[in-house]
Design a protein around this ligand. Structure first.
Ligand code: IPD
Ligand code: CA
Length: 258
């Protein structure tokens, strides 16, 4: 427990510093395409390097994996970072981006920190210790029906547009309002905070969801089993939602959220 407290405090401090670095680099950073509609900036690499180096110095035996550099170090206790989630917003001067940092033990998320510096928002969670937004405890919404639900749908080119549109169609047919905000980590964090009722995406990667999984578990969300099977290495679909709409959304999407 003592080791977890030290890691938690370090995670919050480093993610906050990383957020400040991202803000500082924004005006001068240049962007390149990794693939169609898949951007990377100099800031993504710099922030990831900062987190990797500082965590290696603080906890030399821990593993580290980031979106840009992959698995830098192995370990059953490992850090997973998305240096800038919402890169397409970041590079266009948008405010909806974040640094996402998680610590996992095997397949259990122990710590999750999401810092959105341009929004002035910091989400934190510790296994068994609750979830907070800017120091205030957060919980999922109490929504019970899809015709009152606000749902964020994540999009990437990793799955066919046809499948994405079919998903949107099904959700809208039930009367849900849809959102698409460009940051999976923040989209999931907002479910934990009760700002939306669900986040669903056909395929997403570990670095996008790792910190949010800790938040969602502590805030009482129902979540599909992202970390099962090959999820940690090659990604999985995700459904995270308020428990009151979990049954209906699980049936609709085919992803069982519990
Ligand atoms: C993407 C964003 C997006 C989600 C994608 C991610 P990036 O990450 O989180 O909202 O739908 O699955 O790849 O490119 O902004 O780091
Ligand atoms: Ca990402």
């Amino acid at each position: 427990m003592r080791a977890l407290q030290g890691r938690f405090e370090t995670a919050v401090a480093l993610a906050t510093e990383a957020g400040a670095l991202a803000m500082q680099m924004r005006a001068a950073t240049t962007a390149a395409l990794k693939g169609p509609q898949d951007w990377v900036t100099e800031a993504d690499s710099a922030v990831e390097r900062f987190l990797s180096e500082r965590l290696a110095a603080a906890f030399p035996a821990d593993g580290f994996q980031g979106e840009e550099g992959g698995v830098a170090r192995g370990g059953s206790l490992r850090w997973v970072a998305d240096p800038i989630d919402g890169t397409a917003n970041y590079m266009r001067d948008g405010r909806r981006f974040c640094v996402s940092l998680a610590c996992l033990e095997d397949r259990t998320p122990l710590i999750g920190v999401i810092v959105a510096p341009a929004l002035g928002e910091t989400y934190v969670a510790r296994h068994g210790g609750g979830a907070m937004l800017n120091g205030t405890p957060i919980h999922v919404a109490e929504t019970m029906a899809l015709d009152r639900a606000v749902i964020e749908v994540g999009w990437s080119r990793r799955r066919p547009n046809q499948d994405f549109l079919a998903l949107c169609e099904k959700l809208m047919a039930q009367g849900a309002i849809l959102r698409l905000g460009g940051s999976g980590a923040l989209g999931l964090a907002e479910v934990a905070a009760g700002r939306t009722d669900a986040y669903v995406e056909l395929h997403i990667n570990l670095w996008d969801v790792a910190a949010a999984l800790a938040l969602l578990a502590e805030a009482g969300a129902a979540v599909s089993p992202f970390l099962e099977g090959n999820g940690p290495t090659s990604g999985n679909p995700i459904l995270a939602c308020a428990p009151g709409v979990a049954g209906a959304l699980s049936t609709l999407t085919g992803y069982a959220a519990r």
